[in-house]
Design a binder for this molecule. Structure first.
Ligand code: ASN
Ligand code: ZN
Ligand code: CA
Length: 332
């Protein structure tokens, strides 16, 4: 079995991409030998098992349309590769567990299933085909979100309920977005929106907004005492908002053609430190400070500690972390 890096994918969301594939005789499989042997499988509508490993004879995968079952496979395989590269090259982490071993991906789960998910028990990412079976949930920010659930599980282990559940969800949005910025190809332009490409609402709007989470009609912008009773996809809002404020600062800003307007709970301005440093701080907090029961107050102390270790407690970065938490009504 020989690993190669020159498969061609015609994806739904990322244009034409190079895929890591493996060759055995005259056939090729979606097996990424450069990234822990990550494999992508076709469930063909089933909702259990692994399905079949994508295999063909020309090493060209998909045609850019959902009419070809390989297309979603190409997107999922590419998303896993980018997420692998992001964690390796930006954070020095080799794979979800840091042990060089890949998870695997499954596409075409169920019928018109409008979701994607990570599972600890299979150590795998799974994607539905979305509305009309033509909007697979395989966009880069979603793939990065799901794979990050694996990283969170194997580091902080944030419990998936209450405030820790909101922080778990926010961690997936934060690094899902970071992977999208990292991709930086002409089809994957980074933004602080989640799921803007998969038309999950059927009207072209994103699933979530990090600059002002309440724009989705359900997420919370700021911490409050009852936050832990909310759905984890809504209690993630304040932490997403914190990350946006820390990265970009409060107020109006246009990035890659998208205009954001991020308020603060106290009306005081926050000066951003840039996404790269904000990512470093959140990753260090996730992997060395947060535990299964970390709540918003604990996330504040954990990220302050991480920023202090990275940049010093007298640094502008440390001050920005404090101000961004104050901007979502945590600490003062
Ligand atoms: N797509 C969702 C998520 O990753 C699935 C879930 O509700 N856990 O958050
Ligand atoms: Zn999630
Ligand atoms: Ca996005």
């Amino acid at each position: 079995y020989q690993g190669i890096e020159n498969g061609t994918g015609h994806t739904t969301y990322s244009g034409t991409v190079t895929l890591g594939t493996a060759q055995s005789g005259s056939s090729y499989t979606l097996t990424d030998t450069a990234r822990g042997n990550h494999k992508t499988y076709n469930l063909g509508g089933r909702t259990s098992g692994t399905g079949s490993l994508f295999t063909n004879s020309d090493d060209v995968w998909g045609n850019g349309s959902s009419s070809d079952p390989e297309t979603a496979g190409a997107d999922a395989h590419y998303g896993a590769a980018l997420t692998w590269d992001y964690y390796k090259n930006v954070h020095g982490r080799s794979g979800i567990r840091g042990d060089g071993v890949a998870a695997y991906s499954r596409v075409h789960y169920g019928n018109a299933y409008v979701n994607a998910f990570w599972s600890d028990s299979c150590f795998c990412m799974t994607y539905g085909d979305g509305i009309n079976n033509s909007n697979p949930l395989t966009a880069i920010d979603v793939a990065g979100h799901e794979m990050t659930h694996g990283v969170t599980s194997n580091t902080a282990g944030l419990n998936y309920s209450g405030e820790s559940g909101g922080l778990n969800e926010a961690t997936s949005d934060i690094f899902g977005t970071s992977v999208e910025f990292y991709a930086n190809n002409s089809s994957d332009v980074g933004d602080y929106l989640i799921g803007e490409e998969i038309d999950i609402n059927g009207d072209g709007t994103p699933l979530r907004y990090m600059d002002k989470p309440s724009k989705d009609g359900a997420s919370y912008d700021n911490w409050f005492s009852g936050l832990g009773n909310a759905d984890v996809h809504y209690s993630s809002g304040p932490a997403n908002h914190f990350f946006y404020l820390l990265s970009e600062g409060s107020g109006t800003k246009t990035i890659n053609g998208v205009t954001y307007n991020s308020p603060t709970s106290d009306g005081l301005p926050v000066t951003g430190i840039g996404r790269a440093k904000a990512e470093k701080i959140w990753f260090r907090a996730l992997t060395t400070k947060f535990t299964s029961t970390t709540n918003y107050a604990g996330a504040r102390t954990g990220t302050l500690a991480a920023a202090g270790e990275l940049y010093g407690t007298s640094s502008a970065e440390y001050t920005a972390v404090a101000n961004a938490w104050a901007g979502i009504n945590v600490g003062s």
